[in-house]
Design a protein around this ligand. Sequence first.
Ligand code: FAD
Ligand code: MLT
Ligand code: ZN
Length: 474
Amino acid sequence: LTQERYPVRRLPFAAASEEDLAAFERILPGRVVTSPEELAAVNVDWLRTVRGCSKVLLKPRTTEEVSQILRYCHERNLAVTPQGGNTSMVGGSVPVFDEVVLSTSLMNQVVGFHKVSGVLVCQAGCILEDLSQYVEERDFVMPLDLGAKGSCHIGGNVATNAGGLRVLRYGSLHGTVLGLEVVLADGTVLNCLTSLRKDNTGYDLKQLFIGSEGTLGVITAVSILCPPKPKAVNVAFLGCPGFTEVLQAFSSCNRLLGEILSAFEFMDAECMRLVGQHLHLACPVQESPFYVLVETSGSSREHDGAKLDAFLEQALSSGLVTDGTVATDQRKMKMLWALRERITEALSRDGYVYKYDISLPVERLYDLVTDLRARLGPSAKSVVGYGHLGDGNLHLNVTGEAFSTQLLGALEPYVYEWTARQCGSVSAEHGLGFRKRDVIGYSKPPAAVQLMRGLKALLDPKGILNPYKTLPSQ
Ligand code: FAD
Ligand code: MLT
Ligand code: ZN
């Protein structure tokens, strides 16, 4: 599938032999998987758009085991694809050919939690939702949240610098990750797993690995700063008559809600149609061209409620919002969040998904969606826009009955050129992985790409770590 659709040639790595499997078995007794059923799942991505043909899946439990595996693979010139929850949206987590898959699924232990500072230290394979539960039981929350929380691993989140639903409030992982333990391509263990808020002793090496998509090292443990659990959370789901009103509602939220605003997400009417049609989720407000989800998180129910009421009153009376519903109880909040979080799932049921994840000046965020609807006409099944409006991040998705080179040709490079003209980013939060690596040039100058190649060569001279990913083909 992959090789047919994308022109890519296997690099001259070794192929895993019977001796290699025996060596792996000595390092990981009983955790070397070669069964076709289990391999089928790790060879294909979540969107089912790329498929590799790895013959071996390794499941280490400790950093020492990861180190031994990489030392061996480095010596033998075997390529390795690190894999967490395999929820990548850009084909980053699956092998392209027969790379060895190194899964963090058994590296799922919490190492420690500091009750005063809120610093959590854990292994890379902990599932995000499990960590959320763990810290919430201790009156803290994870600084990140995303729709894939039930499957994605914290190591995968760090490796992609995942954004998600809380960036507006807590910032990106470049700020909340305090330390990392990473195994380099040759097996060297780099222990930068500090829990310090401040540490200016030399270059901040951990930043290199945040967002490096498994191409520079394997993250084995993470130290991350968790904020205290907010005492009062409100979610408002609102209908807006136009995108201008969505933007005005955002400005108004910023001014009237200030420090308690914790999320501002948007979706268009097409998204609502898809979650209704494919997931049977009901629209909780009057049908509208746009919907926004506003979340507040603060420390006083009364104070936050009064602020939200003031915003809603103003938004309704000035026509920014035509209808809305507010939730303060867990069940209803979850129900409202599901409308936004499950769009990805609804799209994947609609057909083949062409997925674009773009940063743009917020005023122009929706123009590309309108423009594409006109450009594509009936050749596309659905053209939808949603995303993290508060971060200037548009998720533009187009579906078709099946993959079509014609539709792809109408979308690319058009979407990328359009984005570059606005000085936007062609990957706001999903990374480049396999499918987007050759479009890096729309958002980064040649000198930056050259420096990235230099860093890759320094840290992974044989290029065994996640080859064919992130950096453009030569
Ligand atoms: P994988 O998909 O397994 O791997 C992702 C990349 O990281 C690969 O390149 C892989 O090689 C590398 N990698 C994984 N683990 C390690 C490790 N330990 N060391 C080194 N490299 C590693 N993304 C967002 O940014 N924001 C969202 O809101 C969001 N929502 C999503 C919703 C859904 C329903 C789905 C399916 C995906 C969503 N994503 C989102 C994309 C995806 O969930 C994130 O990119 C996530 O961070 C990937 O984590 P993972 O454990 O599944 O990693
Ligand atoms: C989201 O915000 O829902 C995710 O990034 C996934 C997607 O883009 O579909
Ligand atoms: Zn997103």
